[in-house]
Design a protein around this ligand. Sequence first.
Ligand SMILES: Nc1ncnc2c1ncn2[C@@H]1O[C@H](COP(=O)(O)OP(=O)(O)OP(=O)(O)O)[C@@H](O)[C@H]1O
Ligand SMILES: [Mg+2]
Length: 113
Amino acid sequence: MKKIEAIVRPEKAADVIKALDEIGHPGMMISEIEGYGRQHGKDDKVMGKKYHIDLITKTRIEIIVKDNDVKKISSAIREASFTGGIGDGKIFIYPVDDAVRLRTNEKGEDAIY
Ligand SMILES: Nc1ncnc2c1ncn2[C@@H]1O[C@H](COP(=O)(O)OP(=O)(O)OP(=O)(O)O)[C@@H](O)[C@H]1O
Ligand SMILES: [Mg+2]
């Protein structure tokens, strides 16, 4: 099993969730985060005054899937979140050792699907 962690633009989150619901997934976690990538935030201008924002709000979508589904889910996230502009976000993929469905005590993939 793997955890797919996608950091996307908040304004793209609804499209990403819709795309994932259409192709099917076993569940997801959504949270609002703040962070920055290699540009270290962004420069902005309000009423002629320049200032720098360090932390930019993004939406984090986390899904635990079986190894075979990683490609399909990652591609759907990329297609739905893509603008081509700086700050489109990232996908991180982590190994998951185990899972437990608390109600039934099922383990591993049985706990996910
Ligand atoms: N190396 C990293 N480690 C942890 N979080 C990261 C990392 N890179 C990006 N992030 C998170 O992902 C968000 C989006 O990153 P972002 O799309 O700006 O990446 P980037 O590498 O700067 O690419 P781009 O050049 O397209 O902006 C950041 O706000 C931060 O929350
Ligand atoms: Mg960036």
